[in-house]
Design a protein around this ligand. Sequence first.
Ligand code: WTA
Length: 656
Amino acid sequence: MKETQETIASLLQEGRTFYPPEELVENSNVKRFMDEHDIPTYDELLRKAQNIEWFWSEMAREVSIEWYEPYTQVLEWNPPYAKWFINAKYNIVHDALDKQAKLRKNKLAYIWEGEPGDIRKLTYHDLYREVNRFANALKDLGIRKGDRVTIWLPMIPELPIAMLACAKIGAIHSVVFSGFSEKALLDRIQDAEAKLLITADGFYRGGKVIELKSRADQILDQTTIENVIVYDRTNINPPMKEGRDHWWQDVLGSRKCETEIMDANDTLFILYTSGTTGKPKGVIHAHGGYAVGTASTLHFIFDIKEDDIWWCSADIGWITGHSYIVYAPLILGATSVMYEGAPTHPTPARWWEIIERYGVTVFYTAPTAIRMFMRLGEKYPQNHDLSTLRLLGTVGEPINPEAWVWYYKYIGNEQCQIMDTWWQTETGMQMISPLPITPLKPGSATKPFPGIDADVFDPEGNSLHGRNAGGYLVIKKPWPAMLRGLWRAEERYINTYWSAYPNIYFTGDAARVDSEGYFWIQGRLDDVLNVSGHRIGNSEVESALVSHPAVSEAAVVGKPHEVKGEAIVAFVVLKSGIEPSEQLIDDLKQHVAKEIGKIARPDEIYFVPDLPKTRSGKIMRRVCRAVMLGKDPGDITTLANPEAVDFVRKAASGEV
Ligand code: WTA
């Protein structure tokens, strides 16, 4: 432990640089690409790739994308809308599956482990067959190209099967994280106007069965859903509505299904993410560009080779799982590990057992998970053979030096580079990240991926690149997996991402770039929390609180938390006549969990008589947060009710 502390201290003081091992560099996919293109150095690669049309067309070839009909132009950029691989006929399922079923017929696509310990292994041929049978089921239930299908499934192989089956017939999938509540499911079904829901009776998590289907039943009447397909995972026999609900096994069709020939720019999926208002945003991704962007990044950053065993520990309900458990690894013909349950069930060594059991070679997880394991102690990983690992990665939030060192030492045995990848649901693919050839500075996501033009701007739009000064992280050129818009919310798309600076993508993150061009991401600027690497809108939690009959107003803010990164704190004004109580605090926490999902449950709730507001009535979260953290709230004389600042201070310090 003392040694670790010393390493951390030296990291912080020296800004130590970790150079990649020679062997990794020499054998890397990116080095081979550079040699083939006579590119002598990393800097030269980054420079050359700024010709984005050249670079991305080379990458499409590099990851062996097969178009049904070739594109006639790489990019059409009508800001703020980009189209990639113009006029190409394409379907991502061709590269992810149809082609693989021939090339890698008996290779494993997924090694899956259920929480109770059941194991399923699917070859590319198995996956192909199951996707075809399920795609025919969708067709039989009237699903056609362009229809929306909502998927509320846990981490079981049927989730990628359902997604690929939708894509195969040109339907648009909208996956809802299985940890979300039925209310969150309802919002997402309604917004997408989905015709079909695919779910399971339940799933295993932390030794318990979590029900899904019976909970979906509570909201289905309020939706456009015509049919429900239910996979029997836990044998709990939920009620089935005659004519509407069908068991997965009963609807499977024949093993043959033609893949729908799409335009490369047709929509592949919608994935909802949190924004600054209570309503989640439906981020749209398209077949062609998304395929090229996700496969290229996995190929270069995580250096996936034919015999690698890849494990991305995310849930497929988030973008990380969409891109790096489903689409990119399949396009590269890789073998992926997939795990259903809680990381520490039944023992804190579960993940390390999985790495040992399957000989995982490349492992990608979140800093919050690393911090949790760090607290549990190194004896758990130390009791397992993790020597197959050759590369590690993280995503979701900045990785703090303590966690970095622990991951490097106890998981990577000081042998593995750590790829700290910055990206977003909207970017679809990893955007700022080391490659195997990049010297690392712990805590920095290092440099933009080749072809990505990232910068940091001051409010006037001047570049702060190289000055080590904090500013707004922006992307100045389009990239292939870029979002194509927000589902039926064009104005919101323009306002959120394209109005800060003309024709420049605004990420919503703060960052600085040091004199060597390394990016240091500082976190979100807008009113979005990052709890255990999950994005949750402050106003989503506030709306949930206010929907409780006892609550009149609420302000939700984030507070630094050792494991989760950020904890959720709520200041609540009760309706008149309602008395504060411990019981009510529990009820409100429970209520938010029910409205949104457990991940959004507030850690702390304080009752206050009033909240600080502007004269126009806007609740000042910023002031609440500053006061809670004991910081200077700034000028409060312009508030409509400056006395409310004291209510918040007293509540947060336990004075009332
Ligand atoms: C944060 C997840 C620092 C960031 C793929 C971003 C990060 C948001 C990193 C997107 C990282 C993600 N370092 N911050 N390596 N990766 N973030 O849409 O604030 O769930 O805007 O996508 O997570 O979260 P999302």
